[in-house]
Write a protein that binds this ligand. Structure first.
Ligand SMILES: [Zn+2]
Ligand SMILES: [Zn+2]
Length: 213
């Protein structure tokens, strides 16, 4: 496994941690699923490849199929528990230390049960007109990105829908989807996971989903 020194997710694969956000909710050969720091809502999960890559389009085709199956399983689980729409998104940087991601240079997909219409919220946000709608599964989208070469992207889709929205990233705009969620749940100033942990939501996620040992 190619681990990157000092990367928070690579470090987790090397040593165990007692932090609630580092507990493993699920695992496959190539991925782990964690709760996340800054869970603005309970049920927020991150699917993280065990290998160090910057974004999911850089994974192999086989790994992308495994990823899609795991995302579907975890999103369905979230839908069953919370009975809400479940949004799946990635901030996909193509170079380290750039602002468009979440400030984490290791690919990860967010799965979030949301109490509002996420498609509508993104389309109405100030960058909404930059998003392109396509009828794509996640694996079809990631393969299309792979074929284009290594460009930064944002994408989201809602569990059970083939509407996939994607955009080239906008320079200096970071945590875009987190900001949209924070605004819609009336906590616009609390979007930054580096400042606001939302420990009670993380604990609820662990309680609701359970963890594997
Ligand atoms: Zn890493
Ligand atoms: Zn992220």
């Amino acid at each position: 496994m190619n681990a990157e020194l000092g990367c928070i997710f690579c470090d987790l694969s090397l040593k165990s941690s007692n932090n609630p956000w580092d507990q493993v909710l699920d695992e496959t050969d190539s991925y782990s699923v964690y709760p996340t720091k800054g869970a603005l809502l309970p049920g927020w999960q991150l699917v993280v490849p065990k290998k160090h890559v910057l974004n999911s389009s850089l994974l192999t085709e086989q790994e992308i199929f495994e990823l899609e199956a795991l995302i579907q399983k975890r999103a369905e689980f979230a839908h069953t528990i919370y009975g809400k729409g479940v949004v799946i998104f990635e901030h996909g940087p193509n170079i380290p230390n750039c602002k468009i991601g979440c400030g984490v240079d290791h690919a990860h997909i967010h799965i979030v049960p949301v109490p509002f219409d996420f498609e509508d919220a993104v389309i109405r946000c100030e960058y909404g007109d930059r998003f392109k709608l396509e009828s794509y599964s996640i694996s079809e989208f990631l393969k299309s990105k792979k074929n284009e070469g290594n460009h930064p992207y944002w994408f989201f889709t809602v569990f059970g829908s083939r509407n996939l929205y994607h955009s080239k990233t906008i320079p200096n705009v970071s945590q875009l989807f987190r900001k949209i969620i924070a605004t819609r749940i009336n906590m616009p100033d609390l979007y930054d996971y580096k400042k606001h942990l939302f420990l009670e939501n993380i604990e609820k996620t662990i309680y609701d989903f359970g963890i594997i040992q």
